[in-house]
Design a protein around this ligand. Structure first.
Ligand SMILES: [Zn+2]
Length: 277
């Protein structure tokens, strides 16, 4: 399996200093939508998260709602997953599977660009987005992003453990080298996606989605800029669960067991991941 690390939606929020911990307050910051494209031998292309999509470009007000004023996506047509996949020389139709960390608008926006793909996620996340139970859930999810009717495959969180985390070990139609790792807290059914190295070693790549937002969170002395810390709290459905999972990720990183962990929105982690790939 060959991995590509893609930014499928650059965002330019205000107050760089509060977002990235450097630069000035009056500069804009940079956040990315870090997606993974996996070339497999027998299962076509697999896309982990979809960032923003072409339909979001056409109608950002309806598709993204008021959150777009906070996130400030740059709306670059060449920055969508479908454009990035074409730029790599692949056909978007060959994306047969999409695996989602969750259904927030900056992760699900590109779903409609892959209408034939099977879309894998935790059942709790599917429920939260399609049958929201609270005002906060009704606000955060954008049903227009799945109005085309994706071919969902949903999973309960039970399964054989992986590195001390519960894990869904077998995804429908996908090889066992791909796992869904429940990391709830940010949303009801938020998950990471783990991908085993193709070389037979016990090395893994873990896309941790929005389990944390800044590389300093996994440092030995964890920290995050004030704006990021505030956003993490604001966007978390269950702060306690989110903090507990973040601590477990930090411990996993510290144990140095060959798991390459990154989150969805940190440009520093994306640059490092692209360099090592
Ligand atoms: Zn996000």
């Amino acid at each position: 399996m060959r991995l590509h690390h893609l930014d499928c939606g650059t965002m330019c929020p205000f107050a760089r200093r509060l977002i990235q911990g450097d630069g000035h307050l009056f500069e804009t910051g940079t956040l990315v939508c870090h997606c993974l494209l996996i070339e497999t031998d027998a299962h076509g292309l697999v896309l982990i998260d979809t960032g923003f999509g072409t339909a979001d470009l056409a109608d950002p007000a309806r598709r993204l709602g008021p959150a777009r004023h906070l996130l400030r996506w740059n709306q670059d047509p060449l920055g969508t997953a479908v454009a990035r996949i074409r730029a790599l020389g692949h056909r978007p139709e060959d994306v047969r599977h999409v695996v989602l960390t969750h259904l927030d608008l900056d992760h699900a926006g590109g779903l409609a660009d892959f209408p034939k793909a099977k879309v894998h996620l935790l059942a709790a996340e599917h429920d939260a987005a399609l049958r929201p139970q609270t005002a906060a859930e009704r606000r955060r999810y954008r049903s227009a992003q799945w109005a085309h009717g994706p071919d969902w495959a949903t999973y309960e969180p039970a399964g054989e453990a992986w590195k001390g985390f519960p894990a869904v070990r077998q995804l429908d139609g996908l090889p066992p080298e791909l796992l869904l790792v429940p990391l709830t807290g940010h949303t009801r059914g938020h998950a990471g996606v783990a991908v085993a190295a193709a070389d037979g070693t016990d090395a893994w790549t873990l896309h941790a989605g929005d389990a944390y937002f800044f590389h300093g969170r996994l440092a030995r002395e964890p920290w995050a800029p004030a704006g990021i810390a505030a956003f993490e709290r604001l966007a978390a459905l269950d702060r306690g669960a989110m903090e507990a999972n973040r601590e477990r990720l930090r411990e996993l990183r510290a144990r140095d067991e060959g798991v390459h962990i990154f989150c969805a929105h940190d440009p520093v982690e994306l640059a490092a991941a692209a360099a090592r790939a």
